[in-house]
Design a protein around this ligand. Structure first.
Ligand SMILES: [Zn+2]
Length: 528
């Protein structure tokens, strides 16, 4: 019997633990020299010391598989890595490293001397994947655990076939892309050893994906709120509403009457939080109004998607079950932020940061907006990302919304409120699963296993299946296997999104002028 289990070498590493919990792959720390059958793959974090580099050497000699950063590989191979500034990496057209998309890095990195995969913006390979020392290695140009803890933010353009690109201020590092690079690496490392790769599926009960419709009220009036509620009710979409409470408090009873929808807090006053105190006092004010109105809430989404550790601490301090800010993360599965040496209790649910409002600002008409979201939804579905979109009632767009909801129905995504996906994810996170393979039989054991948390299994021949995670033992020959469906390759002009976007300074200048010469209400109407 062979375990499907990842060994983690290096000091306790919250970044790696985050990635491995997101991926849902069984893992544990490596405390003594690992046997080739004890771990199906080993990850060496950047803190791996010289003695443990020796463990890697003997593990590889036994046919093991290792994922490590280039400076650790340099110590194994005796050939140092090259220093390279990597702005971004692009998924490979070969399937081993497909599905990662464009991965933003923005850092000085170390690239293995023999890199042969995943090209950077300059067209040079940044990853080595292949045989080494009797086993198989994947060598990344960074420690992925460090990368997902990177808190930098920047304004980025997002791809569209339309001439003008939408943009938003988001997390600098493409953390969703980092997770996918690790996931593809682990899959490659297992398949090279002819071991199936298995991890907890990202969505409940084997659904192909989930869809949530987040609504930030942002100064909307009661008629705009009612119109949007009616449209979502008609399309059977239970939305997650986040109230900018100051502008909504006079008619807050409307939200109490919404059936099956979720009501969360966006803020009291719609402005950027400067620090912990300003966030805490504003949110407390909003919570007070909620309490008086008899509204219960578990979810939060900060104005302008702003997040940093101070805001994260204030949100956690207010007791929210989850929050959603794209300057923490976007286009990814949920995760728990790391705050001042401890893991937050408030889960993060990343959304796609471009809304109908951002597209309209770039001159998109209804047809091109509908096309944007259709392409986005299909790519997310095939990239195994949740489809979490957000909207503002003041932006209208009823026709586009109907198109989105219709497309979601056609693709058979599971429609959930954000709180439902957050609670399911917490349950998934609590599963402590052990997987082993004996011949063609997959053995499943562990703690807190759940009926609706399934296991995704892929085989070296490129096929995949989903297994109910509460089963103890599954004969893989009895299951339906299908070829893994891959997204279309990235558009040939994808690099356009990381070249200068003149609309960013133009729109910023417009915002500046509006702020200076118009009242705040008008500003709100303009820039949502
Ligand atoms: Zn807002």
């Amino acid at each position: 019997m062979r375990a499907i289990k990842i060994g983690l070498i290096g000091e306790s590493h919250p970044g790696w633990e985050r990635i491995l919990l997101q991926e849902g792959v069984p893992f544990s720390g490596v405390l003594s020299p690992p046997g080739a059958d004890e771990f199906s793959a080993v990850i060496a974090a950047s803190t791996t010391d010289e003695a443990k580099v020796g463990w890697l050497r003997s593990y590889l000699a036994g046919g093991g598989s290792v994922l490590c950063p280039a400076h650790i590989f340099g110590r194994l191979a005796g050939v140092g890595p090259r220093e390279v500034f990597i702005n971004y990496m692009l998924e490979d057209t070969e399937k081993a490293f497909g599905r990662a998309g464009l991965v933003d890095i923005g850092l000085e990195c170390l690239v293995a001397h023999n890199a042969n995969a995943v090209k950077t913006e300059g067209g040079k390979p940044s990853v080595f994947a292949g045989e080494y020392g009797g086993g198989t290695v994947v060598v990344l140009p960074f420690d992925a655990g460090d990368m997902v803890l990177d808190g930098r933010t920047s304004t980025k353009s997002f791809y569209s076939g339309h001439g003008r690109l939408p943009f938003e201020h988001v997390s600098r590092v493409g953390k969703g892309g980092i997770l996918k690079l690790v996931s593809r690496s682990l899959e490659f490392l297992h398949h090279r050893r002819l071991i199936p790769y298995g991890h907890l599926w990202y969505f409940p009960s084997g659904s192909p994906g989930v869809f949530s419709w987040r609504v930030d009220t942002d100064g909307a009036g009661p008629d705009e709120i009612s119109d949007l509620y009616k449209l979502t009710a008609e399309c059977s979409i239970p939305a997650s509403w986040f109230l900018d409470v100051k502008s909504q408090q006079d008619f807050i009873h409307i939200f109490r009457q919404m059936e099956g929808h979720e009501i969360g807090i966006h803020c009291y006053e719609h402005r950027k939080y400067a620090d912990y105190d300003s966030c805490l006092s504003d949110v407390m004010k909003a919570m007070e109004v909620f309490k008086r109105a008899g509204l219960l809430t578990s979810g939060f989404a900060a104005p302008y998607g702003c997040w940093n550790e101070e805001i994260g601490r204030a949100i956690e301090g207010c007791g929210f079950e989850y929050s959603s800010e794209f300057s923490y993360d976007y286009d990814n599965v949920p995760s728990y932020p790391y705050l001042k040496k401890k893991i937050s209790r408030t889960l993060q649910l990343p959304v796609h940061p471009v809304s109908i409002g951002s597209l309209r600002r770039q001159g998109f008409d209804d047809d091109s907006m509908a096309e944007y979201f259709e392409v986005l939804i299909d790519r997310k579905l095939l990239s195994r990302e949740p489809v979490l979109l957000y909207h503002h009632p003041k932006n209208g767009g009823a026709g586009v919304m109907r198109h989105i909801f219709n497309h979601i129905g056609e693709r058979k995504l599971k429609i959930l409120r954000m709180i439902d996906y957050a609670r399911w994810w917490k349950k998934r996170n609590a599963c402590r699963i052990d997987l082993a393979i004996e011949g063609e039989v997959l053995k499943v054991s562990g703690q807190n296993l759940q009926d609706d948390v399934w296991i995704h299994v892929t085989r070296p021949d490129g096929s995949e299946t989903l297994v109910n995670g509460s089963l103890a033992s599954v004969d893989l020959r009895q299951l339906n296997w299908s070829d893994v469906a891959w997204p279309l390759p990235l558009p040939t002009d994808i690099r356009r999104i990381r070249t200068f976007n003149p609309w960013i300074p133009i729109k910023r200048f417009e915002d500046f002028i509006f702020k200076k010469f118009f009242r705040k209400r008008d500003m709100n109407r303009y820039r949502i």
